[in-house]
Each structure stands twice: as C-alpha cells, then as structure tokens.
Design a protein around this ligand. Sequence first.
Ligand code: FE2
Length: 360
Amino acid sequence: MKFPKLFKPFLVSAALAIGLAGCSGSNENAKSDEKTAAPEKAESQEVNIYTARHYEADEAIYEKFTEETGIKVNVVKGEAEELIERLKREGESTQADLFVTVDGGVLAHAKQNDIFQPVTSETIDKNVPENLRDADNNWIGLATRARVIAYSKERVSPEELSTYEDLTNEKWKGRLLVRSSTSLYNQSLLASFIELNGEAEAEKWAQGMVNNFARQPDGGDRDQAKAIAAGTGDVAIMNTYYVGLLANSEDPEEVKVAENLGVFFPNQETTGTHVNISGIGLTKHSKNKENATKLIEYVTSVEAQEFLSANNYEYPVNPEAKKADLLESWGEFKMQELNFDTLGEHNKKAIEIFNKTGWK
Ligand code: FE2
C-alpha cells in the first residue's frame, strides 16, 4: 500500500466550522473562507469540494490525489443541508466543483435541488456498478456501510436474531438500543421500510421498536455499543463502520466495547440488510470539470477504495477493491435492493412516523 499509515496534517484552504452532525473523524478549524477569483481562461490546477463527510481517511485520499496529479484539493466542510443551501445560494458563482455527503436520502435530495450535473467517464462507469450510482450519474457512490444489529456476545446468541422486524418481538422488551430519529441513518432506514413494506408496516415497526427501547435514544451509534457493554441493553442498531472504528480505537475502553460486540446482518432470508451509501457529485456550475472528474475517477479507483476500507471500515463500491480484514471476517451479505432516490422521497413520511410513534 502506497499510502502512509499515519495521516499527515491535511491542508484545508477553506474550512467551515460547523458541527459534526453524527459523523466521526477529525475536525478542522475554520480559516478564511476567502478565495481568489477563478481564472477566466484555462482551468486552474485545483478542485474544490464541499463535503459533509468528516473523516481523516478522505483527507488522506485527497492528499494522495494531489501528490499523483499536481491538482490541489480545497475542502469546505459542513453539514449536508447547509452545503446544499449554500450551493443553491451561490448559483453560478460557486467555487465548488464537487459535493460529497453520506446518505442516499440526502444525495437524492441534493439531486432534486438541482445542484448536480451528470458526470461522463468510462473509468467511473467501470469503477462503480450501476446500482451504486445515480441513474443519471448525478452522483457516484463512494462507499457503503451496512446498518446492522450489534449484540452482546455474553447475553445474546446470534441464533436468536433474524430480522429488523423481529426486534419488535416481546422477547426484546427493555433490551433494545438505538439512536435518535433525528439521525439521517434512522430516517433512511425507516424510509427503506416504507418503500419495501408500505407505510402501515413501517409504522408498526417503529412503534414496536419504541415499545422495546431499553432507554430513550441517546448519543450516536457508538454510544449504543457502549450501552451494550455497560449492560443497559443487549441489542443495538448501528452502522458497521462504527464497529471498525471502535475495534481500532486508540482508547482501550473502546476496543473492549468492540470485543464483546457481535455483528449480525438482518433480513438475509427476506429483503436484505439496509445499506447507507456515501456519494460524490459534480456540481452544476463547476469551473474545474476536468479535474473534478479526475478526482471522482481517483476516489473510486481500487487503490483509494482499499485505503478507505482499511482506514474507515467502509465497504468499497469498486468490486475489484479488497475489503478491510474485519469486514472480510463478517462474510458476504445480501443488501436491500432499492433505488436510493426512494429514500429521499420517503424521508418526510419517515419523520412523521417517528414523531407519531414517540421515537425521539
Ligand atoms: Fe457517521
């Protein structure tokens, strides 16, 4: 692997100081948001990214891209919704060439807001299978995580687990942990159930979950794992990459939490396990289209995808790329088959159901 194992500090020429919104990773301090005007003739050797992903691994990949191509990468960080609003507000004058975010629902929402243009590249089409790209190539998948059932290895046997629906069974009463419904991850999970099973079933599921809560939703995905270790509950819904981050944490307490945590991929016999996708798209008013396309080609390459998986414990979108050993150890799984656009379409309804059923 050509990448440095330890990340060098990454140069962020324009960073927004905005909260991390449920995502982990390093935070960069805001500097100046000022930029020199884009040159009018030839494309400058730079590319500008607005990103709602805040991971050190992403930054290392951008750095490596600069090393290989000489194209400078400028990053503005923020929350997805704010960055989408900013792109709309800036219109033609925006400096952003690329928009990056977690969550298929958000990507669909960004597309609806007309901030993208299609990207054309045989390399990208080859790197990323069609089901992990927008139908019009408005956004391209970058990595996925499965939203799985994590369980206490001491108190739960995997034979007791089967589906998301089964978590509403009385046997899990007072034992179930999950984060708040304000999380995009939960909103897209419920949106997927609306699409697959209909509104009534989705509502029944949310209500059944609330009935079995070990406590009111509190903290992020990693806090649910910690609550399992503390004995507050026995099963939790969480994204796979957080399990990887805990297992490889510098904090020995977090490593311990991961040691007693089992990972179960639900709904293998039925609709498949829900997957959360991150994506990258070319902005409608990009001034550095060629460089931006090169960057998408690079981040979806085998090399960058393997690095992302090894360091952020996400599933590669490029089928040629090797998964991180930990992910490999969990084996293959069947993922939900649905168009990611539907997650955006059902987002409002999902929030309504959460409110109605008292999932805070
Ligand atoms: Fe996250």
